[in-house]
Design a protein around this ligand. Structure first.
Ligand SMILES: Nc1ncnc2c1ncn2[C@@H]1O[C@H](COP(=O)(O)OP(=O)(O)OP(=O)(O)O)[C@@H](O)[C@H]1O
Length: 250
């Protein structure tokens, strides 16, 4: 795999400055959020149902604009960019959704290849890469299977391959393990970690699943009462403490 395409002046992948969000005329869903994700970092986003995890992730992948504040990707403030400039930034961000969002009439191979086709790449140039990626997620034998014939875990692995086929610099996953069993959740988490380690992809994963969070030494951001806090309870400090003091489990 090649190195990510960070610009020379990028020292942050994602930056939120005093970001607030409200839908329509309602009250703020998110209020005064500051967040910095360094290139190559791996983080979790947690919070109760309705706390605003999906909304925050949508701000990060530029599907929503903040009501106040600034979202910057790769050192670039995004509020005044043109549609073309926004599209160019979005192409550097891969997204995995809880409900997979695969096209059912296309095979696993065709689903993963789709982003490359949209970019106008020729199949002869990408076929081997797509096959290699599907083998990496453990689906080398299911290239031609259509999503309805795949299990939830298999569909999510196709979705992960599709999200990373363009080699995004940031991978955003919204409850990616919500529809799979715990064993598959652990397996998917290993794929995210491997991607983060091998390609230095910046990864942020929203999840309710604290069991999964505890498996990884990574910062945990938690949304509560419209605010974002860095959670020390489940963060790497706690993991380190647990290692030295197994009696104090969380
Ligand atoms: N398009 C929308 N229009 C109006 N309100 C919305 C919209 N999308 C989300 N909301 C509201 O914003 C709040 C946060 O929703 P969001 O989906 O971001 O939370 P979440 O933490 O991801 O929840 P869950 O874990 O249940 O998926 C909720 O009160 C929700 O009803």
């Amino acid at each position: 795999m090649t190195h990510p395409r960070y610009d020379l002046f990028d020292d942050v992948a994602v930056r939120l400055d005093s970001v607030s969000l409200r839908y329509d005329t309602s009250e703020d869903i998110l209020s005064d959020i500051d967040l910095v994700l360094k290139p190559g970092s791996f983080s979790f986003l947690t919070g109760a149902s309705g706390a605003g995890k999906t909304s925050l992730l949508k701000l990060l992948y530029l599907a929503l604009k903040p009501s106040r504040g600034e979202v910057s990707l790769f050192g670039r403030p995004t509020s005044n960019l043109t549609r073309d400039q926004l599209s160019a930034l979005r192409r550097r961000v891969g997204v995995v959704f809880q409900e997979f969002r695969l096209l059912e009439h296309l095979s696993a191979y065709e689903n993963v290849a789709l982003p490359l086709r949209v970019l106008g790449r020729r199949e002869a140039d990408y076929r081997a890469d797509v096959e290699e990626l599907l083998a990496w997620v453990g689906l080398g034998e299911r290239l031609h299977a259509k999503p309805p014939t795949l299990s939830g875990g298999e569909q999510q692995r196709v979705a992960i391959a599709r999200a990373v086929v363009t080699q995004p610099d940031i991978l955003i996953a919204d409850e990616p393990t919500g529809n799979v069993d715990p064993e598959m959740g652990t397996r998917l988490m290993r794929l995210f970690l491997e991607l983060n380690k091998r390609r230095k992809t910046t990864v942020i994963i929203a999840t309710h699943d604290l069991g999964l969070v505890r498996q990884v030494e990574a910062p945990v951001y938690r949304l509560a009462n419209r605010l974002l806090v860095k959670d020390v309870e489940y963060g790497p400090d706690t993991v380190a403490r647990r290692r030295t003091d197994p009696g104090k489990g969380i």
